[in-house]
Ligand binder design. Structure first.
Ligand code: AFP
Length: 345
């Protein structure tokens, strides 16, 4: 039953399944409480001040905007009410040890897509929930498969919370009048073949051959190896792209490329690719670097970047084939593209 069931009811039932589930439910409830505040803030736009103005750079050199910092503070305050062992955030250089007796550790991207704030585009919060390991120092070096829950919130026309506790993907939409999230979708599944692909095509000249070949196959449409016509989208907000793929399918690529600083792509492993990969796999899709399953990776450093190709299983497998079998590149780089100059290879 959807529409009436609240996130609170959902979490109460989940929490009864054990002490770890109780801790996970508490963290999700805290993130949801923070999301109600952040939604109000983003909904005010410039009435809340110049939220998108850059106020500096984070520990990894990314522009830090006013709302990034506000969102981080709101989430920290809400999570501070429950016993978590450690907290990692895109907005802080180091992870914070909180309550070593806490059963879980939480990693967050407080506001993904913040470069979209001033153009009124969807932004979001991403969260990953891990069990506390025996060696707390290694809590954020666990593989993505260790996650017990993950999700994200989109602050767009609707404020929606997309959640998985390892039993499929469900969606809750904020009932603003009641200030509570209500269950609206249960058990989302991504179709195996994409009808849309998403990549920042302005970087084409910087891509490796496997990525160029895959995109050329998408552009060749029904007359090419893909045997179907595909549309293209690029929003510049990972949470919005992921919500679209969960809703109507598709494949997303943020590959590594030849630009300085993009040798491992742009997206972060611990608080972006791991939670998004968890959600995508729970919905029947795949998430890969092109060579490896995202969830099999363990971070060597907290803000480590990673290439991310995710979504429709057939298309992610094709991307992996092109990365792993160079002969495929030669055979599919047809003279059509090379000689007629459709694309400079
Ligand atoms: P910001 O948080 O700096 O806006 O970056 C958003 C993001 O990490 C991810 O959400 C987008 O998919 C990606 O960057 C867009 O990157 P490009 O601006 O290079 O297309």
């Amino acid at each position: 039953m959807t529409g009436q069931r609240t996130l609170e009811d959902y979490l109460q039932r989940y929490a009864e399944t054990g002490p770890l589930a109780l801790a996970v439910a508490g963290a999700i409830d805290a993130v949801a409480s923070a999301a109600v505040e952040i939604a109000d803030l983003t909904g005010k736009g410039q009435l809340a001040g110049i939220l998108g103005v850059a106020t500096g750079r984070n520990s990894d050199g990314d522009l830090q905007r006013h709302l990034d910092i506000r969102a981080d503070a709101i989430i920290r305050r809400c999570l501070g009410r429950i016993p978590i062992a450690a907290l990692a955030s895109e907005e802080a250089r180091e992870a914070e040890i909180c309550d070593p007796q806490g059963r879980i550790c939480v990693a967050i991207d407080p506001l993904d897509g913040s470069s979209n704030i001033d153009i009124n585009m969807t932004v979001g919060t991403i969260f990953s929930i891990l069990p506390t390991p025996d060696d707390l120092a290694g809590c954020f070096r666990q593989p993505g498969t260790a996650q017990v829950a993950a999700g994200f919130v989109t602050y767009g026309p609707q404020t929606s919370l997309v959640l998985s506790v390892g039993e499929g993907v469900d969606v809750f939409t904020l009932d603003r009048a009641a200030a509570c999230f209500r269950l609206v979708r249960v058990g989302l599944q991504i179709s195996t073949h994409a009808e849309e692909f998403a990549i920042n095509a302005s970087n084409r000249r910087h891509w490796d051959a496997p990525v160029r070949t895959f995109v050329d196959e998408c552009l060749a449409g029904v007359d090419g190896p893909a045997n179907r016509d595909l549309n293209m989208r690029w929003i510049g907000s990972l949470v919005a792209e992921t919500f679209r793929i969960l809703t109507r399918g598709g494949v997303f690529l943020y590959p590594s490329d030849a630009r300085p600083g993009y040798g491992d792509g742009r997206l972060r492993l611990v608080y972006e690719a791991h939670p998004i990969g968890f959600i995508i796999e729970q919905a029947g899709g795949l998430a890969s670097t092109g060579y490896q399953r995202i969830l099999d990776l363990s971070a060597q450093s907290l803000h480590q970047r990673v290439p991310l190709m995710m979504g429709a299983s057939h298309d992610v497998r094709r991307i992996e084939e092109l990365h792993c079998d160079p002969l495929l590149i030669a055979s599919t780089t047809a003279p059509l593209f090379a000689r007629r100059g459709f694309f400079r290879l």
